[in-house]
Design a protein around this ligand. Structure first.
Ligand code: SF4
Length: 337
């Protein structure tokens, strides 16, 4: 009997795969190490690719783990208050929801919960490991808790990381740091200025499009010219592209950001000498395998055509089993000392 539970669950997961509009800076992503991407998050949120089903499952798992950790805290008598509290910085147009605050004696400690797979968990032992991580989303974690601590008026916080495979956990202590917070507030202001300029160009272009009568060739050509000018202006307002392939590779905007030739160039960077040597060896083995298969089938055809069931050919012993399909076993005879 089949219950189709998996299908039902996966259909539900597919419905959760959405790209949500973003109109302001988000505390959870303001630490992403590319200013251009942070601008795109607001001006081009609709160009983000839908998360794959696999990625959606990972997001869901992260949420389940967060709930489980909070439950574990409660079971252990650790009080978590102010869960999902909104944090909003008006001037910077920066918003987010903090995971919670731990009551520790008379103090309140900011809490951010992150789950990760074993191979990443083993590498992360301090806030510096997150800041220096090769993954852009890891680089967001420390700014995230710093900004929550600032918004919630807290002096201390912890990033609580959990290995989702083994259930092991570690706590990374974070002390509120005004310099960090100011840096990200300045980043927001820089993003906002660019976003406003880009939005104003887009608005004007849309208005012209609305007024144009595309049945008239002149209107159509004029509009194309205006649109091209708008694109040039937008390119000026967008921050420079970064040159970090590992970050661009995971960036949700690389499809609209990187020109084809840059992508080509960046693909070339991934080919290093060691890899090139391995690829060459692989190619030789592949060719040998193709050659082996060609000779093997030629040999077996000839043996099949001989009509014999057992043959000794030089140092080789050949056994032929005939049935619906013919099976041919070839063995090299043991050489006498
Ligand atoms: S693809 Fe690279 S340069 Fe472009 S927005 Fe993303 S991270 Fe920045």
């Amino acid at each position: 009997m089949k219950f189709n539970l998996t299908d039902k669950l996966l259909r539900h997961v597919d419905k959760q795969r959405k790209v949500y509009p973003q109109h302001v800076n988000r505390i959870s992503s303001i630490g992403f190490p590319c200013l251009r991407a942070c601008v795109y998050m607001i001006t081009n949120w609709h160009d983000k690719e839908l998360p794959t089903r696999e990625l959606q499952l990972i997001f869901n798992e992260g949420r389940h783990q967060e709930k489980a950790v909070k439950q574990d805290f409660e079971d252990a008598g650790i009080k978590v208050i102010r869960q999902e509290e909104s944090v909003w910085f008006e001037a910077e147009r920066l918003s987010g929801h903090a995971d919670g605050v731990i009551i520790y004696g008379r103090a309140q400690i900011g809490l951010e919960i992150k789950s990760m797979s074993t191979h990443i968990f083993n590498k992360i032992n301090s806030a510096e490991d997150l800041i220096n991580s090769e993954y852009g989303y890891h680089q967001c974690y420390v700014p995230q808790i710093q900004l929550y601590m600032c918004g919630q008026g807290l002096k201390n916080g912890i990033i609580f990381i959990k290995d989702k495979n083994s259930g092991a956990f570690k706590e990374l202590p974070i002390v509120s740091n005004k310099d960090w917070q100011s840096f990200y507030f300045a980043k927001c202001l820089s993003i906002n200025i660019r976003v406003d300029k880009i939005k104003s160009v887009l608005k004007e272009t849309y208005q012209i499009k609305e007024l144009a009568d595309f049945s008239k060739r002149k209107d159509f050509n004029d509009y194309l010219e205006i649109r091209n000018e708008a694109y040039k202006l937008i390119e000026e307002y967008l921050p420079e592209r970064i040159k970090e392939d590992n970050i661009c590779k995971e960036c949700p905007f690389n499809r609209i950001c990187l020109p084809d030739e840059v992508r080509q160039e960046r693909i070339a960077v991934w080919i290093n000498e060691e890899l090139e040597e391995l690829l060459s060896k692989r190619e030789i083995l592949k060719e040998n395998r193709a050659e082996y298969e060609r000779i093997d089938s030629e040999v077996k055809e000839k043996i099949k055509d001989s009509g014999r069931d057992f043959l000794i050919i030089g140092a080789f012993e050949v056994k032929v089993s005939r049935g619906k399909t013919t099976r041919i076993d070839i063995k090299r005879q043991a050489v006498a000392e």
